[in-house]
Design a protein around this ligand. Structure first.
Ligand code: SF4
Length: 111
């Protein structure tokens, strides 16, 4: 399988998995998320530098601290191997807590 085919396959699996997850999950709690509209704070841009990641995650953490659905959000992200900053936790913190990412690109790059 070429790299191009592998990437296409992973994109298809991710999209199908995401859609299935949305069907199976009660995600009404997301309506109360304090991070609504702050996607840029909770998900990294491409090639984000470590210092920029630290600053962005500090901002995200501050938003999470005032969020009424923090516990539910943290459990959701852990159970669904989410990427980005969820429930007061970074990908790396979830990974270190034993909730491993399927393809921990950012963690692998920083290790
Ligand atoms: S805990 Fe943080 S990431 Fe989760 S919904 Fe609230 S603000 Fe968003």
């Amino acid at each position: 399988m070429t790299d191009q085919l592998v990437i296409g396959y992973l994109d298809d699996v991710s999209s199908a998995d995401f859609y299935q997850r949305r069907i199976e999950t009660d995600d009404k709690w997301m309506n109360n998320a304090a991070c609504r509209g702050l996607t840029d704070v909770f998900f990294p841009p491409a090639a984000e530098r470590p210092q920029a990641r630290e600053r962005r995650e500090d901002m995200a953490r501050t938003v999470c601290e005032s969020c009424t659905v923090l516990t539910t959000c943290k459990e959701f992200a852990r159970d669904h191997h989410e990427y980005g900053f969820w429930g007061g936790e970074s990908e790396e913190q979830r990974h270190q807590a034993g909730f491993h990412l399927i393809a921990p690109i950012g963690i692998r790059a920083r290790s």
